[in-house]
Design a protein around this ligand. Structure first.
Ligand code: SF4
Length: 277
């Protein structure tokens, strides 16, 4: 099995990354942004709403939101509770509303109502970090300034051995070093689609993966083991759910706590009863 070189090694990753991109393109010819939008402003809003939420859910919410508030001017003057009600089902709706109104205000006041097309300007908008800015630049304006790193890109690029970085900013830098700039925009979509369909968090489907021979993690997963780099990062995904063990533990503790409180209460009542007698 051919191991892909990582950014730490001196061997060039280029031919293998090219092969990787070619095969991912063939496997996911439909890879693209699935957030429905008609202009960069709508894309910005949808991307802010997509934090900790599925794209499908965002697409259910945005038609009503965009018909009430089609641009930055209208959203800037919106009533907070109206916006919160419209986006409630996307989660974290208080924070998201604050970001949407704050970003709209700055877009109107500092950029004449038009979503800026420079990274530094986008990063000056409330609620906008590199991931959102990269989506707006790449998908909205066709500008490859960086690579979108979401949860799928982070997981799959680690598994493929393209990075060993511990935060999204460093992951992005590693990817920008090994992926040709002409592919930066599409590359993120390819990893997102691959992460949703094949390299899923809990049980990656390595046996049917078209890049199995280029992947540093495949030999581990195929032998029922978790790769050391995934274990170092917590190994939660492939172990079968980050929350399960913790939830079970918390439930057990809660039950034990309830039992202890009930026993203490009964003891207190018994003592009180004894004194009264
Ligand atoms: S071989 Fe397995 S771990 Fe590697 S990219 Fe494919 S599904 Fe993910």
């Amino acid at each position: 099995m051919c191991a892909i070189s990582t950014p730490e090694t001196s061997e060039s990753t280029e031919p293998r990354v090219q092969a990787l991109i070619g095969r991912l393109k063939a496997a996911h010819p439909d890879a693209a942004c699935v957030l429905r939008h008609e202009n960069p402003f709508q894309l910005l809003v949808a991307t802010i709403l997509s934090a900790q939420c599925t794209d499908e859910r965002v697409n259910k919410v945005t038609p009503a939101l965009f018909s009430r508030f089609p641009d930055a001017v209208s959203l800037k003057g919106a009533d907070v509770t109206d916006v919160e009600e419209l986006i409630r089902t996307t989660g974290f709706f208080h924070n998201k509303t604050r970001s949407l109104l704050g970003a709209s205000t700055r877009i109107v006041e500092a950029f004449g109502g038009k979503v800026p097309s420079r990274m530094e300007d986008l990063l000056s908008l409330p609620g906008v970090a590199r991931k959102t800015a990269n989506v707006v630049l790449g998908v909205g304006y066709g500008i490859a300034d960086g690579i979108v790193v979401d949860t799928h890109v982070d997981r799959v690029s680690h598994r493929l051995g393209l990075t060993r970085a511990e935060n999204a900013v460093e992951v992005e830098k590693d990817l920008m070093r090994v992926v040709p700039r002409s592919e930066w925009i599409l590359f993120a979509h390819l990893l997102i689609f691959h992460g949703r369909r094949i390299c899923v968090a809990r049980k990656p489907r390595c046996a049917v993966c078209p890049v199995q021979d280029l992947c540093t993690s495949a030999p581990y997963f195929l032998n029922g083991r978790i790769p050391p780099w995934e274990r170092r990062r917590g190994g939660r995904e492939a172990r079968g759910g980050k929350g399960k063990a913790r939830k079970r533990l918390a439930k057990g503790k809660a039950k034990r706590g309830t039992r202890r409180r009930a026993i203490r209460g009964a003891e207190r009542r018994a003592k009180g009863g004894a004194k009264r007698k």
